[in-house]
Design a protein around this ligand. Sequence first.
Ligand SMILES: [Fe+2]
Ligand SMILES: [Fe+2]
Length: 236
Amino acid sequence: MKISHISDLHASHNGMFNESAVKNGIRMINEENPDLVIVTGDLTCWGIKDEYEYALEFLEMIGPEKLIVPGNHDERTDGYHKFERYIGKRYFTKRVDDIFFMGLDSADPDMDTGHMGREAIEWARNEMGKAKGMRKVVFFHHHLLPIPHTGRERNILTDAPDVVEFIMDTGIDVVLGGHKHVPCLWNLNGVVISHTASFGSKRSPVENSYNMMDIDENGIRIERVNSETGKRERLL
Ligand SMILES: [Fe+2]
Ligand SMILES: [Fe+2]
């Protein structure tokens, strides 16, 4: 199964949105025609109506099915209600062939820090009971582990230990996220944890890009694709 992973679109008219990179990235994703596109939050900058509508213009250009969770920026200005109105549920699961996908909301209204919460973890544990024998991909916006070059550390989920325990206990194979616009790949006891760079923000330490992930019987492969040049770099 082929999956595109994009994050941190940050659609806005604030001069920091790299519209040409986003359009080019979407063109390349549509050409590759993956089975699924996972979007790990920060669609907007301030969670306001104009930005949600602007973000939707681009998300609607993406041909394949999309699974989208909110980020901290999307929950500013009462944004999580707008997320539910414009995008959909903040917690969900989806089975595609033999892979079980779970999207989780790790943001809190008007906070930049991430927090999963006991109720959400309990819900996620119960849902994972439906995924026995399947491969499991979980995605949320914030960091599960420290990521180099993301500045002073306050980007990890405040309840990361409990989330790590949930991930280990339920045999999750892949965790996808975004947040600080720095691509990073960790392997934690066989769990692949992959953060992608920003898809659309000029406020990024690396070029705008997205990841392409292949999951099949031979394992997991991940490539980073520069949205402007198309240059590809094998990460896993
Ligand atoms: Fe972001
Ligand atoms: Fe973020």
